[in-house]
Ligand binder design. Structure first.
Ligand SMILES: C[S@@+](CC[C@H](N)C(=O)[O-])C[C@H]1O[C@@H](n2cnc3c(N)ncnc32)[C@H](O)[C@@H]1O
Length: 384
């Protein structure tokens, strides 16, 4: 008697960018991927087998989605979801990529092939944007379609030396995923707990506290991910001095202490506009806690991240490179980055950290799809 191997679960990956979600979805096979940005799609192709459909999600219909997926993953821009209430209308099209995605799920539903698992990934600010209505609308729509819904706020800093909190709304139908009886830290953050109380009755009734195993203790420090000092371009002493002149007194003291120690100390730095005594001032803020700040797309001044290295009493500064940014997202150096530094930083700034997706995939999504329950003992103990 032969035992047939169960096929790997299949995923439709929407808003796929450089495909980091797909890389983290360990054990899944990608049936379909889409993004409207040609440059990002080129990166997706350079790093994945198969192809990505390039175009606005609103131009897709169910016929473009092959087969039957177990999971629909959407890293969609979600702000203004609640304002785009006229679903399918012009306004919705302009402001609500989420609705472009959701109408595909509805179309799949009429064909009897809506996926049993949906994950919507976004910035944690979605919990409160539109006075909480954006989050509320998404949960309500999922609940209305018969899904059980829960959310986890996961910070990449549990796995990687980057502070990057992100929200994952996980919806399941017809499956018994690992659940807890109430909020458990650290992924059921105070913000998630508060956002749940603002949900509609229907969404509250459908709510579940998904249980995810405790994150490991991070053993990687920002300094460990950096390129060798000899392989990067450093600012001139004058440029470094001008940058350091932007530090506020507290940060300047920390920098001076690091310099005076003589040891090698690495800080991440980013520019912020602060209001001091009624005046807007540019500040360079430094963190010496072994973490980079959240990577962002390099559009505004505050999104540019610097590295400041103190060693043997000397302070040097430079920009974070695209490769270092990729490492901060959990990518191996074999990941093919776009040629230009700005394009690489843009790709990474928009992406989802691979080990975070992997933790969700291994700890929640695949156990649910494979009918395995994770023992409650391995879930993270204690309330937030
Ligand atoms: C937050 S990024 C997701 C990145 C991806 N998860 C990754 O890790 O690389 C959102 C993506 O949605 C794409 N996008 C935004 N609006 C879209 C639309 N209407 N149709 C298709 N893609 C869209 C953007 O080009 C961007 O790559």
């Amino acid at each position: 008697m032969s035992i047939r191997a169960r096929p790997a679960p299949a995923v439709y990956e929407f808003f796929a960018g450089g495909g980091l979600a797909g890389l983290g979805l360990h054990g899944f096979r990608t049936l379909f991927a889409n993004d409207m940005d040609r440059a990002k799609a080129a990166s997706w192709r350079a790093n994945h087998a198969g192809d990505i459909h390039v175009g606005d999600v609103w131009t897709l219909d169910a016929g473009d989605l092959p087969g039957r997926a177990d999971l629909a993953w959407a890293s969609s821009p979600c702000q203004d979801v609640s304002l785009a209430g006229a679903r399918g209308g012009l306004d919705a099209r302009r402001s609500g990529a989420f609705w472009g995605f959701w109408r595909l799920i509805e179309a799949l539903e009429t064909e009897g092939r809506a996926p049993p698992v949906i994950v919507i990934e976004n910035v944690a600010g979605l919990l409160t944007s539109g006075q909480g209505q954006d989050f509320g609308t998404i949960c309500d729509v999922l609940a209305g379609a018969g899904y059980r819904v829960g959310a986890l706020e996961m910070d990449a800093a549990h796995w990687l030396p980057q502070s990057r909190p992100r929200l994952f709304i996980v919806a399941m139908r017809g499956l018994s995923g690992p659940v807890a009886s109430g909020p458990v830290g650290p992924f059921h953050s105070a913000r998630v707990v508060a956002a749940r109380t603002r949900l509609s009755q229907r969404a509250q009734a459908a709510w579940v506290w998904w249980s995810l195993p405790a994150p490991p203790r991070r053993n990687l420090d920002l300094a460990a991910l950096l390129e060798p000092d000899t392989a990067v371009d450093w600012f001139t002493p004058a440029q470094t001095g001008a940058l350091m002149a932007l530090t506020a007194p507290l940060h300047r003291d920390r920098l001076e202490a690091a310099r005076a120690s003589g040891e090698r100390r690495v800080a991440a730095g980013f520019r912020r506009v602060r209001v001091e005594r009624g005046q807007k001032v540019q500040r360079l803020e430094l963190r010496f806690d072994g973490l980079a700040g959240c990577l962002r797309t390099p559009s505004g001044g505050s999104s540019r991240q610097y590295l400041i290295v103190c060693q043997a009493g000397v302070v040097r500064a430079r920009r974070l490179t695209g490769r270092e940014a990729a490492r901060l997202m959990g990518l191996p150096d074999s990941y093919v980055l776009p040629k230009g530094e700005t394009a690489a930083l843009k790709l990474m700034g928009d992406a989802v950290a691979v080990p975070v997706v992997r933790a969700l995939s291994d700890g929640l999504l695949r156990p649910a799809l494979e009918g395995r329950a994770v023992s409650p003992a391995s879930a993270f103990p204690g309330p937030t």
